[in-house]
Design a protein around this ligand. Structure first.
Ligand code: KIV
Length: 297
């Protein structure tokens, strides 16, 4: 317990900022890459202090932070605000922002403009976009060509889940698994520096990963990828009910959070909060003078 601050200081001292070459080197060396989402200053600071290699301001923010029913609803402005807040907390990890639905599909020009806003206004190091079709490949080439690194994302792509038949695992027949592999290769050829595999069979992901030169980060894709990504709020158990299938809940924070706020509410209601510890004092002579001043008004 008492060694925690020292361990943290040692970890921080030993950490160099994550860069694209360092990420590529991790794949070559077979070192697992740790990616996790964050959406604001405290969560960015926490995941960075915990040693994440890559922090993603995912459009999962739509659901877990903003309470929307799906990721397609979140706006570019909302994602920019969340990314800028996260940037202020992240010091060492590579910070990637998700391009939200509607911010890149229409044209290469729109994709470049949106990506540039994430870098210039919000401080992102790179952006991520979903899909491996012709249009998305063109957007990846355009953004990379403008000097901004892009992470790809294939398999289950939540922004277009309706077209995929819902939020379900992808690549579960030989033909579809081969198609996922083709998309991944095309995303790599378009210039992406890394790629997310979401919700594809573990054996398929394990076979495809060594065929790609770029790091593959899995979620619901088994242990054979180069790294893993989880949604922070799923890991921390901030929701009622079970975490989604690909997630592992490491702690259940919702109950202690409710308990803490309930205790505060009870203490306010029965006068136990605040105490002298939370209050500011005033010199007795100044107080006396203040009270006399009050009388005279
Ligand atoms: O939005 C998100 O959080 C993501 C990850 C699950 C990869 O895209």
């Amino acid at each position: 317990m008492s060694s925690t601050p020292k361990i943290r200081a040692d970890v921080e001292a030993a950490r160099l900022p994550m860069t694209l070459p360092r990420l590529a080197e991790k794949k070559r060396q077979g070192e697992a890459i740790v990616m996790v989402t964050a959406y604001d200053f405290p969560s960015g600071e926490i995941v960075d202090a915990a040693g994440a290699d890559v922090v993603l301001v995912g459009d999962s923010a739509a659901e877990v932070v903003l309470g929307y029913p799906s990721t397609v609803v979140v706006s570019l402005e909302e994602m920019l605000m969340l990314t800028a807040a996260t940037r202020r907390g992240v010091r060492s990890a590579l910070l990637i922002a998700d391009l939200p639905f509607g911010s890149y599909e229409a044209s290469d020009e729109l994709a470049i403009t949106s990506a540039q806003r994430f870098v210039k206004e919000a401080g992102a190091d790179a952006v991520k976009l979903e899909g491996g079709g012709e249009a998305q490949l063109s957007r990846i080439r355009a953004i990379v060509g403008s000097g901004i690194p892009v992470m790809g994302h294939v398999g289950l792509t939540p922004q277009t889940a309706t077209a995929l038949g819902g939020r379900r695992a992808q690549g579960r027949t030989a033909e579809r698994a081969l198609a996922v592999g083709e998309q991944a290769r095309a995303v790599q050829a378009a210039g992406a520096f890394a790629i997310v595999f979401e919700a594809i069979p573990a054996a398929v992901a394990a076979d495809l990963t060594p065929l790609l030169d770029i790091p593959v980060i899995g979620i619901g894709a088994g242990g054979g990828t180069d790294g893993q990504v989880l949604v922070l709020h799923d890991m921390l158990g901030i929701y009622p009910g079970r975490a989604p299938r690909p997630a592992k809940q490491y702690i259940e924070l919702r109950s202690p959070m409710i308990a803490a706020v309930s205790q505060y509410a009870a203490e306010v209601r029965d006068g136990r909060f605040p105490t002298a510890e939370q209050a500011f004092s005033i010199d007795p002579a100044e107080l006396q003078a203040f009270r006399e001043g009050l009388q005279q008004r």
